[in-house]
Write a protein that binds this ligand. Sequence first.
Ligand SMILES: [Zn+2]
Length: 187
Amino acid sequence: MMDTITPLRIIYREMWFASPIREPSHFKPKLCTYVIVHESGGPNCGNFADCCKCVKDLQQKDITSKGDIRYNFLIGGDGAIYEGRGWYKSSISIPEYDAISVSVAFIGSYTNQFLTTVEWAAFKDLINFGVAYKFISKDYQILGHQQFRIIPEVYPIYHAQCPGRHVYELLGALSHWNNRTVTIYRN
Ligand SMILES: [Zn+2]
């Protein structure tokens, strides 16, 4: 019944020396419709030690305001998947979508840098795994962070480059990519 599911190379929180969470994240329903893709910004990484440091630094940056690292998963240039909030907890990025999406960030900046082959493969493996084990619905949609427009635009360009074009262009070639702009009105 299942297609071949590639075992995931997951670097669990203990393995990247995550700090204890400061605020428990909200639980989300297990099955999500959306996969929202980000880049973490900052340096790219290509090996376990460097990627762990990036993830650890990102957690430190987020922990005060968001209680923990903001993403569900992060993917390194080394092709490993770093556990953020994992499958069961809500990410903190776009409040209207956090509970119905899995957020995945490629570690680093992708305006000039390209994804590595193993990094892109890991992303697709993660989604296939999520679909097979019913964390992601079969008719899921992929959206890049930059497709969200918040009205009124308080910080109009803060996520305009997320994920950078070398990721965003690849998303556009995926059959589950949704090309629409998602407009969210806030009072
Ligand atoms: Zn983003």
